[in-house]
Design a protein around this ligand. Structure first.
Ligand code: ADP
Ligand code: MG
Length: 625
């Protein structure tokens, strides 16, 4: 028989498919099932105006049969079928995609046909050494058989077929050292693949199973019978109206689809209409996955194109700060043949991603306002990620995220949002104060924090590495500056107090210089009235706080050059100050030792280690004996 040649582009594509090293060879089944489903759509659509060519709605089906012994997999449908010419055009030529033509001819919006490019069918050659397509259209006498073993070309001839539709026969490749194809012949793995990729195709996908059934009337005896089972769920959960889905259904779908054993803390299910249309089913987990804060965690949403899964995890759909969200997007605007390469340029996808981001934000906001307890649970699991989101990309997303973040506050030691904090600020308070420590309790006990609280102001207690960087990135909230209480930015003194201190610092300059000299490593030493009852405390000057320097020095690429400019603040009203002044006149050596001890105390209060523990211990013992 005459061998016909594939069109050049098709040949290239075919060659690619045959020699594919694509790891997801299994998607061929999804492609063929989608084509079958498209074909049924077409027949169904035509029958709306030409009833005689259609079937009853419930008669449409896709049938799969596998013959392991002969390595044959068949996929048949009772869709529109193809004429000889269509077989030639649709399967011999990629440029001419049948469903693409159909779509532009019938611009009616109700034709829901997947796939705009004709690469799908050839994926069969990833797993088959020979593909046979037998097809018949309504009203034709004859059926036609198209057959190909690859790039050499294909044959087309007349044949017999009883019913309208298409039957595709794959002669599955032999198993080799590198590759096993037999799984595509095993009933249970076929069932798994259908579930995975085509669960929500809206026609039944059926397969015959051989099962052992008890023989009626004969106790204990079984017989082999063939049972035709439907493999797919048909109506996707997310395509049902939200009001008809129970919480249990949502949760079951979540735990079975997204590898979590606990139900989610929040479900978002909605349909977006407008310039881009999509349905989203999104979940916020109730706890962070074990690898969430590691490099191994992979974010992303599953993509469906009209019920057909096209990508398991599309990371472009989620910004990093919402990477904890799990779920799926289904849209007829997503192409069935979308690939990782074309993803970035895909305008539709970007628009959807933007809309999804907005939705997640507003839903989290709503959760915060309506169910604080749940929100706090969520925040404990994923709050760091939100704070990191504010900080990353030079603060580009701060507007979006600033009302979702919370910090523990000195006010009842509870989580507070920035909005709440500001709403409680007394009129005289100009800035938002915060203190850093390993724990909220430790931060609360910083000498400077105590002084701010004593003034009747609230202090945010920052405990995580990212916290201060987050606030530094924001710089202000509602025009209120963030002020770290242990830096020179803290300015609570009245004009009068400031003047008095300035005078004291001036007259005590010799002593202060002496202290700076004896202690070493300090940027300056000054008298202060903002450290409560403590004799001394540490603070910093310039942009780098003690906490930031501590965090940065922990970074893997820290070069040790990142240091805070330390200031030793001495409480001018504390009795120890009198003592030091006295010693400065009478016994400089002892005075120097006392200063070192004061500095050590201040370090401890700031949550820093004592630099020279041996010296410290020696000085203390000296005092005690
Ligand atoms: P696409 O589905 O994107 O159009 P494919 O390569 O998957 O591209 O299929 C090419 C064309 O072959 C389809 O557009 C369709 O016209 C035709 N076709 C494939 N499978 C079938 C089928 N089972 N029934 C009828 N037509 C089919
Ligand atoms: Mg297709």
């Amino acid at each position: 028989m005459e061998k016909r040649q594939f069109q050049t582009e098709s040949k290239k594509l075919l060659d690619m498919m045959i020699n594919s090293i694509y790891t997801h060879k299994e998607i061929f089944l999804r492609e063929l099932i989608s084509n079958a489903s498209d074909a049924i759509d077409k027949r169904y659509f035509k029958s709306l105006t030409m009833p005689e060519c259609g079937l009853n709605r419930d008669e449409y089906e896709i049938l799969i049969s596998a013959d392991e012994e002969n390595r044959i997999l068949k996929i048949s449908d009772n869709g529109c079928g193809m004429t000889a010419e269509e077989l030639e055009n649709n399967l011999g030529t990629i440029a001419k995609s049948g469903s693409f033509d159909f779509k532009s001819e019938n611009s009616a919006d109700n034709v829901d046909i997947i796939g705009q490019f004709g690469v799908g069918f050839y994926s069969a050659f990833m797993v088959a050494e020979k593909v046979t397509v037998v097809s018949k259209v309504y009203g034709a006498e004859k059926a036609y058989k198209w057959e190909s073993e690859g790039v050499d070309g294909y044959t087309l001839e007349e044949c017999e077929k009883d019913s309208v539709g298409t039957e595709i026969t794959l002669h599955i490749k032999p198993d080799s050292e590198e590759e096993d194809y037999c799984e595509f012949l095993e009933q249970y793995s076929i069932q798994r693949l259908v579930k995975k990729y085509s669960d929500y195709i809206h026609y039944p996908i059926k397969m015959d199973f051989e099962v052992n059934k008890p023989v009626e009337g004969k106790e204990g005896e079984t017989e082999k019978v063939i049972e035709r089972r439907t493999l797919n769920s048909i109506t996707p959960l997310w395509k049902k109206p939200a009001a008809e889905v129970t919480e249990e259904e949502y949760n079951n779908f979540y735990t079975s689809s997204f590898m979590d054993y606990e139900p989610p803390i929040k479900v978002m299910h909605y349909k977006q209409e407008g310039t881009v249309e999509y349905t989203a089913l999104l979940y916020v987990p109730s706890h962070a996955p074990f690898d969430y804060y590691s490099k191994n965690y992979e974010k992303g949403l599953r993509l469906y194109s009209s019920g057909v899964m096209v990508m398991d995890r599309c990371d472009e759909m989620l910004p990093d700060y919402f990477s904890f969200v799990k779920g799926l997007i289904d849209s007829s605007d997503i192409s069935l043949n979308i690939s990782r390469e074309t993803l970035q340029q895909d305008h539709q996808l970007r628009t959807i991603a933007k809309a999804v981001e907005k939705k997640i934000k507003s839903e989290l906001q709503k959760l915060m306002e309506t169910d604080r307890e749940k929100y706090e649970k969520f925040y404990k699991a994923f709050g760091s990620q939100l704070k990191f989101g504010v900080y990353s990309d030079y603060g580009t997303h701060k507007e979006l995220l600033q009302d979702l973040i919370m910090f523990t506050s000195s006010n009842e030691m509870k989580y507070t949002t920035l909005k709440e904090y500001v709403s409680r600020m007394p009129e005289a308070q100009k800035s938002i104060y915060y203190a850093c420590g390993d724990t909220a309790e430790k931060a609360l006990k910083l000498p400077q924090a105590a002084a701010v609280i004593a003034k009747g102001y609230e202090v945010l207690l920052l405990t995580e590495d990212v916290d201060e960087f987050t606030l530094k990135t924001m710089m202000t909230y509602e025009d209120k500056k963030f002020v770290n209480v242990s830096t020179d930015e803290l300015d609570l003194a009245t004009e009068e107090e400031t003047k008095k201190l300035e005078k004291e610092n001036k007259s005590g300059k010799k002593l202060l210089d002496f202290i700076k000299e004896s202690v070493g490593g300090l940027n300056s030493v000054k008298f202060s009235n903002a450290i409560g009852d403590h004799p001394a405390a540490l603070s910093s000057e310039g942009g780098m706080s003690i906490e930031m320097a501590r965090v940065l020095s922990k970074m893997p690429d820290a070069d040790g050059g990142l240091k805070a400019s330390l200031v030793l603040e001495i409480n001018s009203t504390h009795p120890i100050t009198e003592k030091i002044k006295e010693l400065f006149e009478t016994d400089k050596e002892k005075c120097a030792k006392y200063c070192k001890l004061l500095y050590a105390q201040a370090r401890l209060l700031s949550g820093l280690e004592i630099e020279n523990a041996e010296e410290f211990s020696g000085l203390i013992s000296e005092l005690m004996v």
